[in-house]
Design a protein around this ligand. Structure first.
Ligand code: FE2
Length: 249
């Protein structure tokens, strides 16, 4: 695996960029990706390759993660980078190139996953360790990449667009997602968010989505919130607090 940037390339954290009251279209999806990536890395690292069921489950989660990463790259290229380049030509150049490298890394990781699944038992421990280390490098690269997007790319977006324009762009992205991707993102995003962020997102979904769709979204993330978090969210958005039951009030 290559393409892992050094820490020297990370721009310094600028508090103003993190506290500015501007619309941030990166923050929630990136929290979802950080959650999904680190959980998957953890599961690959502790994998018992002698357990066929666990191996299948973990490699399935890895495949799901990598598919979401591909979709995320394409969505950012199609919507966010296009918006940046329209008003600041060259402004998305670095992250555009990093996306090319991410797609190459994803194909390599998929090949390693397939190799592990198909290997004889004696070879699986070493193949699993190789996959774990290379997935760790991929996660490391993505953590740095997302930080650059949330600082540099956001600074460009905020300089070139109003919040109303950015919100409209974000709504276009959400509307473009197939339902299964929306549910997968909700499963990782809602538990990874603060109580205030959860209330805003889930409240918005309750107000804007058809009831059956909202029920599916809740079902996707509900098992992954503890009782305290669910109780607080249910009170904030006005849904019944019994597990598995959403009552619109
Ligand atoms: Fe990106």
């Amino acid at each position: 695996m290559t393409n892992v940037a050094t820490t020297a390339t990370i721009p310094p954290v600028r508090p103003a960029a993190h506290t500015a009251p501007r619309f941030d279209m990166y923050v929630s999806i990136h929290k979802a990706l950080r959650h999904f990536m680190t959980d998957t890395l953890h599961r690959v690292g502790r994998l018992d390759v002698e357990d066929a069921a666990e191996t299948g489950q973990v490699l399935g989660q890895l495949d799901s993660l990598l598919t979401l990463c591909i979709d995320h790259v394409h969505n950012e290229n199609r919507f966010v980078h296009t918006a940046i380049e329209a008003r600041q030509p060259g402004g998305a150049g670095r992250t555009e190139q990093e996306h090319v490298e991410h797609l190459e890394s994803i194909e390599a990781l998929r090949a390693e996953g397939r190799a592990l699944a198909d290997a004889p038992a004696t070879e699986r421990p070493l193949l699993a360790l190789r996959l774990y280390r290379h997935l760790a490098l991929f996660v490391a690269e993505n953590l740095q990449h997302m930080h650059f997007e949330e600082t540099h790319n956001n600074a460009v977006l905020w300089a070139c667009y109003s919040d109303a324009e950015l919100f409209a762009l974000h709504q276009q992205i959400i509307a473009s997602l197939p339902l299964d991707e929306t549910l997968l993102v909700a499963r990782w995003m809602i538990p990874a968010s603060t109580p205030a962020e959860r209330a805003a997102m889930v409240g918005g979904m309750k107000a804007g989505a058809p009831a059956p769709v909202f029920q599916q979204v809740v079902d996707a993330f509900r098992p992954h919130l503890d009782e305290t978090a669910w109780d607080r969210l249910a009170r904030a958005v006005g849904v019944a607090q019994q597990p598995g039951l959403v009552d619109f009030r």
